[in-house]
Design a protein around this ligand. Sequence first.
Ligand code: SF4
Ligand code: SF4
Length: 148
Amino acid sequence: MECDGCTLCCMVFPIPWLDKKAGEWCPHCDIGVGCKVWDNGVSEECKKFVCAYNQVNASPDMRPDRCKVIFEKVDKTMFLGTMHPHYNDAYKKKAIQREIKAMLKKGFSVVLNSYTIDKPIIIAGRDRRAKDVWLSLRAQSKERYGYG
Ligand code: SF4
Ligand code: SF4
């Protein structure tokens, strides 16, 4: 993997092409080490996913398996953080709060979600309303994954 191979994304997200539900470990995952089928083509779709930890100069405590949140830069205005389904308070941690503050300072809005909470936590950036942030995220999801 071009990432640290923390493998949290191989558990947190539903993966339709593997018929894997959110919160279940993928059977191809060597937990905390990497993907066992990375080089044989099975995971071509998986290769498209890159979390923000690999894109920005994040501190080591922000590695998803440590902080329990997988951040993705959705577009020029928004970050989405998907929390580990057993750690829905993860966004309260000091390291995450520090990161959220930095994102807001740069003008981003931040949405925190989990597959085990009913409502996302939306922190709208300046001059935006939470409702607009949510509608925009739904539209992006629809475009990228076919549902929103
Ligand atoms: S959550 Fe991010 S750092 Fe961890 S394996 Fe997935 S892409 Fe890599
Ligand atoms: S196929 Fe590999 S990269 Fe894709 S979810 Fe499974 S372990 Fe992760």
